[in-house]
Design a binder for this molecule. Structure first.
Ligand code: CA
Length: 230
């Protein structure tokens, strides 16, 4: 599981440790020293997770978490708060602000990695390597293969990511811009009609086993993967 992780931390020593450890686990790391730098990075790239220090110069981590949660484009990005505070009251405040988890300094890299994995598994199941199966359609992220009723189907890389996201988030409608954020990583440089092009390709790739019927158009809203006919 490799993710893009934004680290917001002002202490250079901890920045280094995090960068090293996350890099060793195959994650791509973006570093910001304060909330404003983080906000600037977030305008260009949407990370899979934010590791956010509580005590930052300028806007605090808690205030920044609140800001992320109130931003339509960023609100679903998982946040793990890093803090020297270990009081229960602070932990509750952190979680109420919208953090997904909380880790107290000093922490072991092993503990941090386990928590990152748990949060990604919960919040972004398409980042994990679990096989998903819906109505006879099976997607194997490790082998990078898709089978419709046991027969291999041929998908391009973007169609594969799109299908993986939709299979791990079934029965929910996603707008074109939400799909761009989740599947392409960001909506800044890609036009929304690109989504329609790849949906069309995905449907034709799924046609041999009849699974194209799972990909439903929801008029005026976007697309949904559902095992129940529209
Ligand atoms: Ca700090």
């Amino acid at each position: 599981m490799s993710a893009t992780i934004l680290v917001v931390e002002d202490e250079p020593g901890i920045q280094e440790v995090l960068k090293f450890n996350l890099g060793q686990h195959g994650h791509e790391v973006l570093i910001a020293s304060d909330a404003e730098e983080a906000a600037a990075l977030l305008r260009n790239a949407l990370p899979d997770l934010i590791l956010l220090d509580w005590m930052l110069p300028g806007q605090s981590g808690i205030e920044f978490a609140r800001r992320v949660r109130s931003d339509h484009r960023l609100k679903n990005v998982p946040i793990i708060m890093l803090t020297a505070r270990s009081e229960e009251r602070d932990k509750i405040q952190g979680l109420e602000t919208g953090a997904d988890d909380y880790i107290t300094k000093p922490f072991s890299p092993r503990e941090l990695m386990a928590r990152i994995k748990a949060v990604l598994r919960r919040r972004a199941p398409q980042m994990t390597e679990d096989v998903v199966e819906i109505a006879g359609l099976r997607l194997d992220p490790v082998a990078h293969r898709v089978f419709g009723h046991q027969k291999p189907l041929d998908l391009g890389p973007t169609e594969f990511r799109l299908l993986h996201f939709m299979m791990t988030h079934p029965e929910r409608v996603y707008s074109r811009s939400q799909l761009l954020d989740h599947v392409w990583g960001d909506h800044v440089f890609v036009e929304e009609r690109t989504v329609d092009v790849h949906i069309r390709r995905l449907r034709s790739a799924l046609e041999p086993s009849g699974h194209d019927a799972l990909i439903q158009t929801v008029r005026g809203s976007g697309y949904r993967l559902s095992a129940t006919p529209a």
